[in-house]
Design a protein around this ligand. Sequence first.
Ligand SMILES: [Zn+2]
Length: 464
Amino acid sequence: MRIKLLGASGGEVTGSAYLLQTDRANVMIDCGLFQGSQRVENYNRLPTRERLGELDAVVLTHAHLDHTGRLPLLTRFGYSGPIYATPATIELTDLVLRDAAHLQVEDVRRQNRRRAEQGKELLEPLYTVSQVQQLKSLFRKMRYDHATTVADGIQVRAVESGHILGSASLEVTVEEGGKKKKVVFSGDIGPRGAPLHRDPMPFNGADAVFMESTYGGRDHPSLQETAIAAREAIGETVERGGRVLVPVFAIGRTQLLLYLLAGAFKRGTLKPFPIFVDSPMAIEASHVYKRHMELFDEEAAGMVRSGDLSRHLRTMKPLAKATESRALAKRSGPFLVMAGAGMCMGGRILHHMSNHLPDPTTLLMMVGYQSRGSIGRRIVDGAESVRIYGKTVPVRARTHIFSGLSGHAGQKDLMAWIGTLASSKPRVYLTHGEEEARATLGGLIRSQYGLKPQMPKYLETIEL
Ligand SMILES: [Zn+2]
């Protein structure tokens, strides 16, 4: 068999996609969007139908855009085969892709207004909501821990990866020339022992492993310690009648933060205060979470069953409409508002920031990664003012970084994950990580387990 890397390789973190080809079948694992710089986003096309061959099936590890965002392009090329995923991933992927299509259409409209004035050629969005809707009939449910035949001679087993709701690592069994080979695709691996999501599950063995290395270079601070510091910062702000602004990514961190707040209210370590979830996608994602509590860890499932979670989140209000969101500008504290986008590069959070960053009683709480060049990163780096919608906004608010809330395993947990596979002496390919992170992780895997990890390049083909 051959495996071609169509993204998240060569030091790139986004655009996850692999094409697995045998004599009998072609299967794609993930079909993610490249996100970040213009150079990287230019990769957001797929090889043409001739180069892809006749694709028989697509299998997804989880719903995040960098693993699913190029799916609508497949149907644009005429693909009408099955897309296998766990039930929660199917629901979340639909949500993520509709949101992405909306944003792209709006973004292109904005750019085209400028281009029209300059007499430049108009752009087309990568895809639209109606193209996302065409995918709906192609989804096929894949249960955890059951082998599903996805194409002639190819079976896939989804194994909990602990990253977001519905996330899986995939064990792909390929039958070729009377022999069976197992290839494991890690997808994104979550941290062990974190609240809400289940822990990643181990594998028995494999012939080859394609493994993510996002945090291969370091460990996270412990969630427990950083949660106490975050709770104290929130408590002080609420006490003073201030506002807490939390930029969030809609799926995963939002639900985890709500769960942690409910726990703090229950234990009495924080007094209840108004919480606003100001993101239509986060609200919809929370509904999907509620429908799939079988995927929660035991403690979280217990909180839901006993009614404690909803009881202690009575002060939480979802804000679906933009008018409700705007009304927060005049509302006095204390309150906490979560809104997108997570890196403060757009979305409703920018309005809250421009209204409340000049107020020293405001607390800006960062729960996710802030990439270089983002407004969030500039504030974290100590900027005294930032430009938001063409206006200079002084930053007098306090900033608190709630690290330890990552959805990705740190170095120690990545080593433990590969450790369960090491005795079967698989070939290891490190992907989904910046060069330094994967080189560091590669070195550790070599010295601790005696394996020789390889660092494949973008569009490289690996023969197994
Ligand atoms: Zn992910």
